[in-house]
Unconditional design. Structure first.
Length: 367
């Protein structure tokens, strides 16, 4: 059962009159310290501002705690570092980290996604391909020559997998994904709809006669590590030679472009609409916020962070945070921004000083 603006906690029967959990049951499930009644029944989960008298919400910090007082929510999961009181008729469930506890609740709430079972009669499998008996293939899927599909892999409908591809155990490939020849996808990786893995790199040179462009062949592949996740509509180009690689556990959002021969480390986060030109390297644990652009052959260090909409044109050392266009260390960028805000006043002072020195209005400066 669903609810506008929030997830319900009811069981699978839409006519069910009882909720799945009371606050006491939920506290036991989360190993939370309950303050307030254990008998409050919860029917939905939502944000503080969209809550009603049957809603469980969450409080991760003091700012949210201030909003709790005016929220209609009847219960909340709260980080222990936050000071909050339940108030009459409400309950708080204190946990070490509200966001982590919320993940547990969402895992229990999320209805199981439709998954293919067995091999659809509508799938096309080359006779030389090897598909593990425990793998599932949806209708309209194509598996190319000599490709290997690992145990428990789930290939949804209308997926195209080329020749000599390796798909790891328990990997999930969702509808519309294209995986081109010779690419490798690790165990438990997840590829969201319409991702393209192994498309040609973007490389051209002027033709000898100067009248056109010569396409540079890209003979490499793409290698995606175990437990990585590739967002919907994301494209990862194959290497010119060697591999474009994505490290184990790295999470890439929707609509991201990864250029040829990029090497992305382990446990990185690359948010939506980022674009990495060719041969960029990203160290383990780095974070690129939304819309970041990175010039070719740039190195972004391990655990570095890049702010949203930044343009990276220089190497970033390990652990540093850079922002801006062009990107620079964040303290430097903030000083520049602060100075720019003072420019109108400074220009006025300059004009007044020149007028006092030269007489009259002095030379024209600005408007």
């Amino acid at each position: 059962m669903t609810s506008a603006g929030g997830a319900t906690l009811l069981n699978g029967d839409a006519s069910a009159a009882a909720c799945r959990w009371t606050t006491g049951e939920l506290a036991a499930l989360l190993r939370a310290d309950l303050v307030g009644s254990p008998e409050i029944r919860i029917s939905r989960l939502d944000a503080l501002e969209r809550a009603d008298g049957t809603t469980l919400t969450f409080i991760r910090d003091g700012r949210n705690a201030d909003r709790w007082a005016t929220s209609a929510a009847v219960a909340a999961i709260v980080s222990r570092k936050v000071e909050a009181e339940p108030g009459p008729g409400r309950a708080l469930l204190f946990v070490q980290d509200a966001d982590h506890a919320l993940i547990q609740v969402l895992e229990l709430l999320t209805p199981p996604a439709h998954r293919p079972k067995g091999v659809s009669s509508g799938a096309t499998i080359d006779p030389t391909a090897q598909v593990d008996p425990s793998a599932s293939l949806g209708a309209g899927t194509y598996i190319g020559p000599r490709t290997k599909i690992g145990p428990g892999a789930m290939i949804h409908a209308n997926v195209t997998i080329g020749a000599d591809v390796q798909i790891g155990a328990e990997c999930e490939v969702r509808s519309g994904v294209v995986i081109e020849d010779r690419c490798v996808v690790g165990a438990r990786a997840r590829l969201h709809p319409n991702a393209v893995i192994g498309s040609d790199g973007f490389g051209y040179r002027p033709s000898p006669d100067g009248k056109g462009l010569l396409k540079i062949p890209h003979a490499g592949n793409v290698e995606i590590g175990d437990d990585a996740e590739i967002g919907a509509g994301t494209t990862i180009d194959r290497g010119k030679f060697g591999a474009t690689s994505v490290g184990a556990g790295t999470k890439i959002d929707n609509l991201v472009q990864i250029g040829h021969n990029c090497r992305i480390g382990r446990g990185c986060i690359i948010c939506g609409c980022c674009a990495l030109a060719g041969s960029v390297t990203v160290g383990d644990g780095a974070v690129l916020a939304g819309g970041v652009g990175v010039a070719d052959n740039i190195h972004i260090g391990a655990r570095a962070k890049v702010g949203a909409r930044s343009g990276v044109m220089d190497n970033i050392p390990d652990g540093e945070t850079w922002v801006g266009y062009p990107a620079a260390p964040w303290k430097q960028t903030m000083r520049i921004v602060a100075a720019m805000k003072q420019l109108p006043d400074l220009m006025g002072e300059v004009k007044r000083a020149m007028k006092a020195t030269l007489g009259g209005d002095g030379p024209s400066i600005g408007h």
